[in-house]
Design a protein around this ligand. Structure first.
Ligand SMILES: [Zn+2]
Length: 162
């Protein structure tokens, strides 16, 4: 989606009541251009950068499975690296989506070459942005040490919301 459309959608969304006390943008901005556009519509006070243990992102991406019908994401990867454990995200019944009963499949573009390329593009795109945010003093690095239930209290503490 073009930046202009995303920014306009965002601008409208953050005007809503539920954003009055604050909001979290996940995976946005990703480029300097997006960051500049974002700064024009709202002030950001914290940037969280999630640092994954080596190799986990690739394994997680390779383990991704998608519901053919509704797009819900599952994951077959069961990753243990020293103290880290990222368990699989499985449906109640194997191969069948919990939400809609659709078939759970491996998407063609979830192969190793495509994923590696995706990760490379991400790193290349976000490097200047990271450099910029580091200088602002609002940049926090969060080491990912487990699944969401482990991470949520750590993140809340980091942003002073205990
Ligand atoms: Zn589904």
């Amino acid at each position: 989606m073009p930046d202009e459309i995303v920014i306009n959608m965002l601008k409208e969304r953050i005007k809503k009541k539920d954003c009055k006390k604050g909001f979290i943008l996940d995976g946005f901005p990703r480029t300097i251009e997006q960051m500049k556009a974002l700064e024009k519509i709202t002030a950001i006070d914290t940037v969280l950068y999630f640092k994954w243990p080596e190799g986990v992102l690739l394994k997680k991406a390779l383990g991704r499975r998608t519901c053919e019908k509704c797009g819900k994401i599952y994951n077959v990867a069961d990753i243990r690296i020293s103290d880290y454990h990222f368990p699989p995200i499985s449906p109640k019944k194997e191969g069948v989506c919990d939400d809609c009963g659709g078939r759970i499949i491996l998407r063609k573009d979830d192969n190793e070459a495509t994923i590696k390329n995706r990760l490379e593009v991400y790193e290349k795109q976000s490097a200047p942005l990271i450099k910029y945010y580091k200088k602002t003093g609002m940049f926090r690095v969060i080491d990912v040490v487990g699944p969401p239930e482990v991470m949520i209290p750590i993140i809340l503490k980091e942003i002073g919301y205990e």
